[in-house]
Design a protein around this ligand. Structure first.
Ligand code: ASC
Ligand code: MN
Length: 435
């Protein structure tokens, strides 16, 4: 036991009336919602990087946090792992996520770096045997080291591609050995700063080849989890190739990867792409691409990916609606890709962030489930499309009618369509009854 969270007891569900800031007020993991335990709907995960590796820096200043594992190499990595699992236990977290560079320091060579990651991986394995926290997903950091400044798989230098492959092989195997449900291919710096020095077609071919190699290796080692891409339009590159869900789908389809890879959709990235989160979820669901979710929110004034904890029940309810209509997240979950602000320097702040985020998700889940159970909303939307249930309309969709047939019918029957209200305000009010 470390003394990092000294004096703090495990976080319990105390109900909506509780005034204890270190208690769940809505997240009650065993409560049944639409016939399934709340925890099994949400499958919440704690992100190792934001919680334990991020140091509170901004473009104007460095570290604001003071943690006992900083600047201590492998010894620090072991302390960090102890504190991480103590926090998972305090929050009663069913899942966590990690990337290689945030669990262990880089060595002088790829082999040494991978050994460091494996050593901490063995500590994880032991802790996972005695605790209840499982691995939602692992990933590799292919963007922090300067060797990756021009991308990893999309780098003009094939040696960088090979180096990245060596890192991903290691983390994919560790993810598999730890029983991870997913492996995420972060976009890193797969994109460009200036077209003046960039061959887009060449780089896309490289990225597709890399993903094929990952899929082949996953199959070879018997990894049964999902492989996911996380769409993001920019940051750190001026233009990222995995722009949004629709772009990722087109890319995967072109390279014959669309049945092998799904998306990990992040709230903040959706906003950066000019979409809402629920838009990205709905597009993914319609394409069979909905894999998992990175839960957070952006500060909408800053225009950056600020990775704050979710804090709006009305917004997250619309997201949960899409997820429930899709039949849930399956092997995916809600990874809190969120960090406390740089002035939130106390250990307790890490807990407040996750407690608040989980309570928001719990309320949103219940609101979306109630909205669906009530049925009025779904009926209203179905009614809008009811015309497509008719025999003539079905024949159109079934490809049995030509453009000339349609033109002839409009003339013969003297068809003159009358506009109908889209009822946006009615629907907004209806949804507000549930949040
Ligand atoms: C972020 C964020 C992630 C990672 C990923 C790196 O800012 O939200 O999930 O960095 O985009 O490729
Ligand atoms: Mn993310």
């Amino acid at each position: 036991m470390t003394d990092f969270f000294k004096g703090i007891s495990p976080i319990k569900f105390e109900g909506a009336d509780s005034t204890n800031p270190l208690a769940y007020r809505h997240y009650n993991k065993d409560e049944l919602v639409a016939g399934k335990r709340m925890e099994d709907h949400i499958r919440p995960a704690i992100a190792y990087w934001h919680t334990f590796a991020w140091e509170g820096g901004d473009p104007f200043g460095g570290r604001t946090f003071d943690r006992p594992w900083y600047d201590k190499g492998m010894e620090g990595a072991r302390i960090k792992a102890d504190v991480a699992f103590e926090m998972f236990d305090l929050l009663d977290a069913p899942f966590f996520c990690f990337h290689d560079a945030d669990i262990a320091p880089e060595g002088a060579t790829l082999a040494e770096s991978n050994r460091n990651v494996r050593e901490i991986g063995e500590i994880f394995a032991r802790k996972m045997q005695s605790g209840r926290t499982r691995l939602l997903w692992g990933t590799a950091n292919l963007f922090s080291n300067r060797r990756y400044m021009s991308g990893a798989a999309t780098n003009p230098d094939p040696d960088v591609f090979a180096y990245a492959a060596g890192q991903v092989k290691n983390v994919l195997e560790l993810t598999h050995e730890l029983g991870g449900d997913n492996y995420v291919l972060w976009g890193g710096r797969e994109g460009y700063e200036t077209l003046l020095n960039t061959k887009i077609g060449q780089e896309q071919d490289q990225m597709a080849r890399f993903i094929h190699l990952v899929i082949e290796h996953a199959e070879k080692i018997g990894f049964k989890g999902q492989v996911l891409i996380e769409p993001k339009p920019q940051e750190p590159s001026k233009h990222q190739y995995d722009y949004d869900v629709a772009t990722v789908y087109g890319f995967l389809k072109r390279y014959d990867l669309d049945t092998k890879v799904k998306c990990n959709i992040e709230v903040g990235h959706a906003f950066l792409a000019g979409h809402s989160f629920e838009h990205e979820l709905a597009v993914a669901a319609s394409l069979g691409m909905l894999g998992s979710v990175d839960a957070n929110r952006n500060d909408l004034q800053s225009g950056w990916d600020t990775d704050q904890f979710p804090n709006s029940v009305p917004e997250t309810t619309l997201a949960f609606y899409q997820i429930l209509k899709n039949g849930g997240l399956g092997k995916g979950g809600f990874n809190f890709d969120a960090k406390v602000r740089r002035q939130s320097i106390d250990p307790a702040d890490l807990l407040y962030g996750h407690i608040g985020g989980l309570d928001v998700l719990a309320r949103s889940l219940k609101a979306a489930a109630a909205l669906i159970a009530d049925g009025t909303y779904d009926k209203a939307v179905d009614a809008r499309y009811a015309g497509w249930q008719g025999a003539d309309a079905k024949a159109i969709l079934g490809g049995k009618v030509s453009l000339a047939d349609l033109a002839a019918r409009v003339e013969k029957d003297n068809i003159n369509p009358q506009p109908r209200s889209g009822q946006q305000e009615y629907l907004e009010n209806l949804i507000n009854r549930f949040v």
